[in-house]
Design a protein around this ligand. Structure first.
Ligand code: 5GP
Length: 176
């Protein structure tokens, strides 16, 4: 590990994250009022966000997990999305909410949205990301819901890793 926890600057504190997640959940609760929802958590990065978010949701929720990877160095994405593990139940006629940690180039989001439409006739499909890094976008895609904008920083914590570490930090930090 090249970076030390002491060298991380806090970008979003634990309290800021929790407050914003409650707001997002309220919006989602309003949209799916009286409906059921299938939440799809994109491993590994979205796991902390997804588990906090779904606990704020009021409707009956099923949760599924999928794993993708986009190989690159510790702080860059390669631009190529690989499906490592996508085993999903029948999602035809379901309300599907994809939960992601960050939309960066947008390639992962595009891959997932295309995948859902290719494989299922869903009732509705929404994409919710904790963070939105618009400045590095390569494809024309926007999350339906997102927590915070980030500029061109490599962020870690609250599910997001540096070389596999720091996902356990309760806040989001960045490396200067
Ligand atoms: P995409 O470029 O396809 O939008 O994002 C692919 C993945 O790259 C994200 O799901 C996330 O796991 C990772 N990623 C993008 N930006 C960052 C970042 O600033 N920090 C960390 N830890 N991962 C990132």
């Amino acid at each position: 590990m090249e970076i030390k926890k002491e060298n991380l600057k806090v970008l979003f504190s634990k309290d800021q994250l929790h407050a914003r997640i409650k707001e997002l959940a309220q919006e989602i609760n309003t949209l799916y009022k009286d409906e059921e929802l299938t939440a799809i958590c994109v491993l590994k990065g979205a796991v902390i966000f997804a588990t906090d978010l779904i606990r704020e949701l009021d409707m009956p929720v099923q949760i599924e997990f999928i794993r993708l990877s986009s190989y690159g160095s510790s702080t860059t994405t390669s631009g190529k999305v690989n499906a490592v593990d996508i085993k999903l139940p029948d999602l035809n006629n379901k309300n599907v909410l994809i939960i992601e940690d960050i939309v960066d180039t947008g390639l992962t989001a595009k891959f997932l949205i295309d995948f859902m439409h290719l494989n299922f006739h869903v009732k509705s499909l929404k994409f919710c990301s904790l963070l939105d890094k618009k400045i590095t976008r390569k494809v024309d895609i926007e999350p339906d819901y997102y927590g915070f904008d980030v500029d061109d920083k490599f962020v870690v914590g609250y599910g997001l890793d540096y070389d596999g570490y720091y996902r356990n930090l309760p806040y989001i930090g960045y490396i200067e």
